[in-house]
Ligand binder design. Structure first.
Ligand code: FMN
Length: 161
C-alpha cells in the first residue's frame, strides 16, 4: 500500500501555526553548564507531576541532561527574545555574562524568566530524529511576567482577547 506522507519542510511550516511559549532547558554536567532553547515543552501529568520536551538526537544539551538526570526549565518572559536567540547559538557563549542563580542541586536558573521548574529525568523515548525527554517535576516558581511567544518563526507577545 502506498501511504502518503507530508514533506518535512511543509510539516515544519504548518506546525508554525501553533503558537507556543519559549523555554530554555538547562543543566550542569561535568563542571560545565548546558542550555538550549525549546518550544516543544508541554505538561503531561499531575499525578505525578510530569512534563516533556523534545531534543534533536544530536543535541549537546539533551545529552548532558540525560547524563546528569536533572534539569531546569526556564520559561522566558516577553523581554527575553535575545536570551532565546543566545541559547540556539554557539555552545560556549550561551551563559556568558548572563545573570544565573543555582538550585540546591546546582541547576542553572536564568534570572528574569517568567517561570522556573526543576525536574528529574523520568524517561527518554526515541521518536524519529528526536528524543522525547520526560521529566518528573520537583519544584516550580512563577513571576508576575508576561510570556515570550513564538509563532511562524518570529517572536511576539501575548495579548488578551
Ligand atoms: C523558538 C525556538 C524553539 C526551539 N525548539 C526546539 C525544540 O523544541 N527542540 C530542539 O531540539 N531544538 C529546538 N530549537 C533549536 C535549538 O535551540 C538549537 O538547535 C540549539 O542549538 C540546540 O542546542 P544543543 O545542541 O545544545 O541542544 C528551537 C529554536 C528556537 C529559536
Amino acid at each position: 500500500m502506498n501511504v502518503q506522507t507530508i514533506d518535512p519542510m511543509r510539516f515544519r511550516s504548518v506546525m508554525g501555526s501553533f503558537a507556543t511559549g519559549v523555554a530554555v532547558v538547562a543543566t550542569e554536567f561535568g563542571g560545565e553548564l548546558f542550555g538550549a532553547t525549546v518550544n516543544s515543552l508541554t505538561s503531561v501529568s499531575l499525578k505525578p507531576c510530569m512534563l516533556l520536551f523534545c531534543t534533536n538526537e544530536g543535541s549537546a544539551t539533551g545529552a548532558a541532561i540525560r547524563n546528569r538526570g536533572l534539569f531546569s526549565v526556564n520559561i522566558l518572559g516577553q523581554h527575553q527574545s535575545e536570551v532565546s536567540a543566545r541559547f540556539t547559538a554557539k555552545l560556549n557563549h550561551r551563559f556568558h555574562d548572563l545573570p544565573v542563580a543555582f538550585s540546591t542541586d546546582g541547576l542553572p536558573l536564568l534570572q528574569g524568566a517568567a517561570a522556573q521548574l526543576c525536574c528529574r529525568v523520568a524517561a527518554v523515548h526515541k521518536a524519529g530524529d528526536h528524543d522525547i525527554i520526560l521529566g518528573e517535576v520537583l519544584t516550580g516558581d512563577e513571576m508576575a511576567c508576561s510570556p515570550l511567544v513564538f509563532h511562524k518563526g518570529t517572536y511576539g507577545r501575548f495579548q488578551r482577547t
